[in-house]
Design a protein around this ligand. Structure first.
Ligand SMILES: *Cc1c(COP(=O)(O)O)cnc(C)c1O
Length: 422
């Protein structure tokens, strides 16, 4: 039998891949905690928790057990006309940790569809009030997913190129830094004056796919406040930032003005199951109440609120604030900060930043997002047994909270070697 990497080539089409030139994918046969093993027996440290999902470690026993139990009790039932304990319990649990203004939980099955539902909620919110609004506001270089609504809100041209003529109406503003708040507030006010805006969609504090770019919490707070005054709904895309990544449970916890709608996925289910949530305030929900059936939210995904995803999420949330994980989260934050200051003055380091479990380093080297040099950097890490996916010249680390001190140190050491070579 040929190996998996070879057999893969016959029938599989991979995401974000130019198959004419790409290396064959690496077949992973086993994962545990922060480690992955390929079919040749090579070991890799998962430095980005498999797209920041597996934050409590791969194959976490506690979560696996909860899922196994659930699977033997109730596998799945439609969520239209039915409900179940995992969904009810998860909604109650989320209310304890989400920003105080959140009141309702709507289930989807992935990040993009959480955003899609959020945008449709916002558009129908005004439609139901007899107010036709057709424009969204979003940050430059944001990323919100690959379905059409989510793509429209996204501002990264590497993903949207062929589809730009087919997207929703979106006006863009730059992300605010502490010294540009006034200027960007003015830009936002002008857009609000001249367009019928339904919603402002943003990744709070950190733009993940843009290269872990940070912006000012004070600035974002100011922009949300302007939207609130003019009755434009604010949608926080916490798909990357949610569940402790920024040091608090949610990036919105760093803000005074709370978003009306919040999107969650990725670490929501600890990387164990595709599931997402669009939560909203009571005000948003109330706009869908009516004696007219069609004023309800007629949006559904077959696997909405899948019980297996819900129990994984419940177990994950329990771990998130357990003493063991809190201890690890603090350790990672401190280690990142120390490592960042140790390389900040290196002549090949243009910029280094960290927040919570996120560490990002911009190399002072020109690299295309999916160019040859970036691929060499990626391969350099893989050859040393470290999985990191540089975004152009930005190397970022966002490890499982359960990563060991030695594994984290190996990631730092490998980055130092990479800085010397590239
Ligand atoms: C990953 C991601 C998405 C899209 O989620 P998918 O599950 O890949 O569709 C949207 N927004 C942000 C911030 C993300 O990180």
């Amino acid at each position: 039998m040929e190996n998996l990497s070879k057999r893969d080539k016959k029938h599989l089409w991979h995401p974000l891949t130019q198959h004419q030139t790409a290396n064959p994918p690496i077949a992973i046969v086993k994962a545990k905690d922060a480690l992955l093993w390929d079919e040749q027996g090579n070991e890799y440290i998962d430095g980005i928790a498999s797209w920041y999902t597996a934050m409590y470690g791969h194959c976490n026993d506690y979560i696996v057990e909860a899922m196994q139990k659930q699977m033997q009790t109730l596998d799945f039932v439609m969520f239209s006309g039915f409900t179940h304990k995992p969904a009810v319990e998860l909604s109650e649990k989320l209310m304890e940790i989400l920003p105080i203004n959140q009141s309702k939980i709507f289930f989807n099955d992935n990040g993009s569809t959480a955003i899609e539902a959020a945008i449709k909620m916002a558009l129908q919110y005004y439609h139901n009030k007899g107010d036709k609004r057709d424009t969204l506001i979003a940050f430059e270089d944001g990323f919100h997913g690959d379905t059409f609504g989510a793509m429209s809100a996204s501002g990264l041209s590497s993903y949207n190129g062929p589809f730009e003529d087919f997207l929703l109406k979106v006006k863009r503003i730059p992300v605010p830094q502490d010294d540009t708040i006034e200027e960007i507030s003015a830009q936002l006010r002008k857009i609000l004056d001249t367009h019928d805006c339904a919603a402002f969609v943003f990744e709070p504090l950190v733009q993940g796919a843009a290269g872990m770019k940070f912006h000012s919490a004070k600035g974002l707070d100011a922009l949300i406040k302007i939207c609130k005054i003019t009755d434009v709904l604010c949608i926080a895309d916490e798909i990357m930032t949610g569940f402790g990544k920024t040091g608090k449970n949610f990036a919105s916890d760093h803000l005074e003005n709370k978003p009306d709608i919040i999107c969650l996925s990725k670490a929501l289910t600890a990387g164990m199951f595709p599931l997402s949530i669009t939560s909203c305030s009571q005000t948003v929900f109330d706009a869908f109440l009516s004696d007219t059936v069609s004023k309800g939210f007629f949006h559904a995904h077959t696997f909405s609120a899948h019980p297996l995803g819900c129990v994984a999420a419940l177990a994950g949330i329990q771990l998130l604030s357990s003493p063991e994980i809190l201890h690890r989260r603090n350790y990672i934050e401190k280690a990142h900060t120390e490592f960042a200051s140790s390389i900040a003055n290196h002549y090949k380091v243009e910029h280094v930043r960290c927040l919570g479990a996120i560490l990002a380093i911009d190399l002072d080297v020109k690299m295309d997002r999916y160019g040859g040099l970036r691929d060499k950097l990626y391969q350099f890490f893989m050859d040393k047994g470290v999985v990191l996916r540089p975004l152009g010249n930005t190397i970022y680390v966002l490890p499982p909270y359960t990563i060991t001190n030695a594994q984290l140190q190996k990631i730092y050491d490998t980055i130092v070697k990479a800085i010397e070579v590239f």
